[in-house]
Design a protein around this ligand. Structure first.
Ligand code: GCB
Length: 682
């Protein structure tokens, strides 16, 4: 039965029904293999926004029961894309409530007739709450706009003579104090100022709440006995690379598993059997970040073969997972990758572009990675939500290091610290870790951005959230990004001991940190302090002369209190491309450059001590809600929204390449990456 809201009030009210923690099953990226096929459903879908007063007409009239065109007019809607900016109807741009998507799909005959085939529908992201029907039958519901979800639709597509199926997806973009990110619906009741029933969606974050089917939707197959999940952690013992694997199988308890690790030339370098074990790779090539090594981003391929006997005969399933062997560790003042100090010189991004909004787009993605590499950026933070899986895959291939952030942005209301919110946040971290745990590029989790961490419940909330994230993945450090005053912050501070527990070896904590934790002396909530500041922008407007003093004070206060490495996780200035003023005035390109230079002077001192990174806000201009502070969006990009450089991009480029040369561990030439798929060897 659909868990859809029952009454009109619920349409814009809380969307939570109490999610049980501990996710069922894996979320392996759907890759083709000798046993798996894919059918992409990108392209034009039928679409309708439910403009009825209570936004519930679609449920009342059961629009999912018959083709959408039969219940009223439809629009063509591209998928993936946000629905907001593709049309000419201003009401759609700011629409709040349920929208309906539909697509008819013709299936290969084998998929509908071979009962040994499992057919799965996967939705890369549907922002924010989605309900899915296939041929009018409810198959899935999902809360959260930035992570994938699936439905096994085999029974439905294999139950009749039909070789086609109709997929209907209803999506609600309403944000409440308990969603992630949170928001509030403001009902305006003064009928002398607003029409009856008038409401607006308010948010507490600085980007436009684009909505729709933002990422690829596809159908894929597996055998009915199948590889459901794989967990990899890696380490080094002298020159020997260690790959710990665990394979989860569904569909039977009787099966055999073989694993092989192949190098980039396709040569088998290690192999094993069984559902868990350790592969040892003598003289292993390590996965190094871009610009840190002459051969960055070395990827092995872990091929897994499952075989089982069934009454109908033998069954095999194959899956190949890219694997980078690397270690991550944090000391009191360093961030180490493969035991060498790593300095984050990178950016914060958004999934955002003209027309498509937050819709996934390969040309845009490749352009962004080309710009990152041109810039000499070695890292980014997925501000302020998980990005598409394809983005993470490119980071693995190019060696771009990622701080992987949850959609925990704008947690500023007391209600957003309730148990309902916390429970949902814990589950989102489970979904995020489940999806991204095997990416070598991901070196740290960020559970939130700029929460009101001075509020009383913040201490318990973040302690619980961070401990849970460490339990889910003991192999990576955890942080959240703060803009609080160091004295007021309740989320970063020292807390009660957290013991690292994992069936797999712990690689990220330094021996001292581990032994401190184990002896119960200290266990910080966060492992790295990430701090945002906007000196001479949001205060002391125009006074760049105060930046050095204020920034140095910020670093010293945080460091002396906590003795943890610090990343300047945001800094920047609003800049309208083409505005020039010298001496610099706010909003001019000269002011942006001047402000960055002031920051860099202090960063250059402190990076010799304990500052381990700087991430500019922002890579590119992006769309926000309308407000007097924002001239058609946030303009702090060093590139425009169309990805053209402002003056600051050249300044940053010079700096990043200089930093790369100073911090490079080995070699100089950057080898171009082979990004093809190699054939299976089993
Ligand atoms: C911040 C936020 C970011 C904003 C930025 C700004 O601190 O983390 O989401 O866009 O400041 O430009 O105000």
């Amino acid at each position: 039965m659909a868990r859809g809201p029952a009454g009109a009030a619920a349409v814009l009210g809380p969307l939570l029904w109490g999610c049980a923690l501990a996710l069922q099953g894996g979320m392996l990226y759907p890759r083709e293999s000798p046993s798996r096929e894919r059918k992409e459903l990108d392209g034009l879908w039928s679409f309708r926004a439910d403009f009825s007063d209570n936004r519930r007409q679609g449920f009342e009239q059961q629009w999912y029961r018959t083709p959408l065109r039969e219940s009223g007019p439809t629009l063509d809607m591209p998928v993936p894309s946000s629905f907001n900016d593709v049309g000419q109807d201003g009401r759609l741009r700011s629409f709040v409530g349920w929208v309906w998507y539909e697509r008819e799909v013709t299936l290969p005959q084998r998929w509908t007739q071979d009962l040994g085939t499992r057919v799965v529908l996967r939705i890369g992201s549907a922002h924010y709450y989605a309900i899915v029907w296939v041929n009018g039958v409810h198959v899935a519901e999902h809360e959260g706009g930035h992570l994938p979800f699936e439905a096994d639709v085999s029974k439905l597509v294999q139950s009749g003579p039909l070789s086609s199926c109709r997929i209907t997806i209803a999506i609600n973009n309403t944000l409440t104090p308990h969603t992630l990110p949170p928001g509030t619906i403001l009902y305006q009741k003064d009928t002398s100022k607003y029409p009856k029933g008038y409401f607006v969606q308010n948010t507490h974050f600085d980007f436009f709440n684009y909505a729709g089917l933002h990422r690829p939707v596809l159908l894929y197959t597996t055998p009915t006995i199948y590889i459901d999940d794989i967990t990899i952690t890696t380490g080094m013992d002298q020159n020997t690379g260690l790959v710990n694997y665990k394979v989860f199988v569904q569909g039977s308890e009787h099966f055999q598993l073989e694993v092989r690790l192949l190098d980039e030339e396709g040569k088998v370098v290690a192999q094993g059997t069984g559902d868990q074990g350790q592969l040892q790779v003598p003289s292993a090539y390590l996965w190094w970040p871009y610009l840190m090594h002459e051969h960055p981003a070395y990827l092995y391929s872990l091929e897994v073969r499952l075989t089982a006997q069934t009454e109908a005969g033998p069954v095999s399933d194959f899956y190949a997972l890219p694997v980078g062997i690397r270690t991550v560790a944090v000391t009191e003042n360093q961030f180490l990758i493969n035991g060498k100090p790593f300095y984050f010189h990178g950016v914060n991004k958004h999934e955002d572009a003209d027309i498509r909004g937050k819709g996934f787009d390969w040309p845009l993605l490749v352009k962004d990675f080309n710009l990152l590499r041109w810039l000499g950026a070695n890292s980014f933070r997925t501000s302020h939500y998980p990005y598409a899986e394809e983005v993470m895959q490119l980071c693995d291939r190019y060696g771009i290091v990622v701080i992987d952030e949850s959609p925990g942005v704008g947690i500023v209301l007391t209600q957003s610290y309730s148990n309902v919110s916390l429970q949902h946040h814990l589950e989102v971290m489970e979904e995020l870790v489940r999806r991204d745990k095997n990416h070598p590029a991901v070196v740290m989790w960020s559970v939130a951005n700029e929460p009101a961490s001075y509020l009383k419940p913040a201490g318990y909330y973040f302690k619980t959230l961070i401990a849970h994230t460490k339990d889910l993945d003991p192999s990576r450090p955890v942080t959240f990004v703060t803009n609080s005053n160091y004295e007021a912050d309740l989320g970063v501070r020292l807390g009660s001991p957290h013991l690292f527990s994992s069936p797999l070896p712990v690689f990220w904590c330094s021996p001292d940190a581990c032994s401190n934790a184990l002896q119960g002396r200290t266990a910080p909530y966060v492992d790295v302090i990430c701090v945002n500041s906007y000196y001479s922008w949001y205060h002391d407007y125009g006074h760049m002369e105060v930046i050095q003093l204020q920034l140095a004070t910020q670093f010293e206060k945080w460091y002396r209190t906590y003795q943890k490495p610090i990343i300047q996780s945001e800094y920047g200035a609003e800049t309208i491309a083409g505005f020039h003023q010298d001496p610099p005035l706010m909003f001019s390109e000269e002011y942006q450059k001047g402000l960055l230079e002031q920051y860099h002077l202090v960063l250059d001192q402190k990076r010799k001590e304990y500052v381990v990174g700087e991430l500019i806000w922002n890579f590119a201009d992006f769309m926000t809600d309308q407000s007097p502070q924002r001239a058609m969006g946030n303009k702090k990009g060093i590139f425009t929204r169309q990805r053209q450089p402002k003056g600051a991009a050249f300044l940053l480029r010079e700096r990043y390449w200089k930093l790369a040369n100073e911090t490079r561990y080995h070699g100089s030439a950057v080898k171009s990456q082979c990004v093809g798929n190699s054939p299976f060897t089993f």
